[in-house]
Design a protein around this ligand. Structure first.
Ligand SMILES: *[C@@H]1O[C@H](CO)[C@@H](O)[C@H](O)[C@H]1NC(C)=O
Ligand SMILES: *[C@@H]1O[C@H](CO)[C@@H](O)[C@H](O)[C@H]1NC(C)=O
Length: 264
């Protein structure tokens, strides 16, 4: 099976596609073998999973999936991150404040010995208040809670916040001129499903971000290739060095899978 021919074909495939993958919380667990299948098929370098559901609970599927991806692909994945969509109404776990929700995510990630970047999704389709000041405070509370972990755990755990949004959502939820969040979350994950794999086409600075770190250029793609009913989004980033510093990873060196990806 391991003929040089097949090996070269897989390499070509990996090099010619840059379909970096985000997984929405769709309740689908992807095991290590399925991650390897997706990796072979799409050659993605980067992965994001969603770990907090806007219905108000830590999404265990997202935790399991990021763990499985780390264990299954190891250093084959350059950049791994998680996202949270805050709950704004009727939260199942009764956690209504930004601080409490951020802590719920952090405590769960600590328990899984995962550290790194947490992107907070600000989407105007969620039931945000019409009071922009109230929304601003809620978001700042989440971002500061994420940043404070370094101090509150004596440096044992470190997280960095980022923001997932676009102009329409940001201007509707907090106002386009609201820049305080960008001081705490310098990394903008820009959502614009224009299919362009770049950081510039159609981007106009807003909210204090002069350019995005990541561009989600397609989304809500249901994929049945390697596991049934995975909800994908695709993203592009060119800032591998910056991102590598803030990679989601297993905290303890000995737990950290160094396994490089196995070709079939
Ligand atoms: C949330 O609050 C409701 C009403 O007080 C209670 O019935 C429910 O058990 C609480 N849920 C959790 C997860 O604590
Ligand atoms: C940090 O980790 C060390 C070693 O495991 C532990 O002794 C210490 O109590 C931890 N500090 C905090 C604040 O959790």
């Amino acid at each position: 099976m391991k003929s040089p021919y097949i090996f070269v074909m897989i390499l070509l495939c990996v090099c010619s596609t840059h379909a970096d993958l985000g997984l929405e919380s769709s309740g689908v667990v992807i095991n290590e073998r399925q991650f390897e299948c997706l990796y072979n098929k799409y050659g993605f370098d980067n992965l994001m999973t969603s770990v907090y559901d806007p219905a108000g609970f830590v999404d265990e599927t997202g935790i399991t999936n990021i763990n499985n991806a780390i264990d299954g692909l190891g250093d084959g994945l350059k950049f791994r991150t998680v996202s949270m969509t805050p709950c704004l109404a009727n939260c199942q776990n009764n956690l209504t404040s930004g601080v409490d929700q951020a802590n719920a995510v952090i405590n769960r990630l600590n328990k899984a010995d995962i550290v790194g970047m947490i992107y907070v999704k600000i989407d105007k389709s969620q039931p945000w208040s019409s009071n922009q000041q109230q929304n601003q405070k809620f978001i700042i509370d989440i971002l500061s809670t994420i940043l404070l972990v370094l101090d509150s755990t004596g440096g044992n755990y470190t997280y960095y916040p980022g923001i997932i949004t676009n102009y329409n959502s940001w201007s509707s939820v907090v106002g386009a001129k609201f820049t305080e969040a960008s001081y705490l979350a310098s990394s903008l994950w820009w959502v614009n499903w224009n299919g362009k794999q770049d950081l510039t086409t159609g981007f106009t600075p807003f909210g204090g971000w002069s350019q995005p770190m990541v561009h989600q250029y397609a989304g809500n793609i249901i994929n049945n290739d390697c596991a049934t009913g995975i909800n994908f989004n695709y993203f592009y980033t060119s800032s591998d060095n910056f991102l590598a510093n803030k990679n989601i990873k297993k905290r303890k060196k000995e737990h950290y899978a160094t396994k490089t990806h196995q070709k079939q």
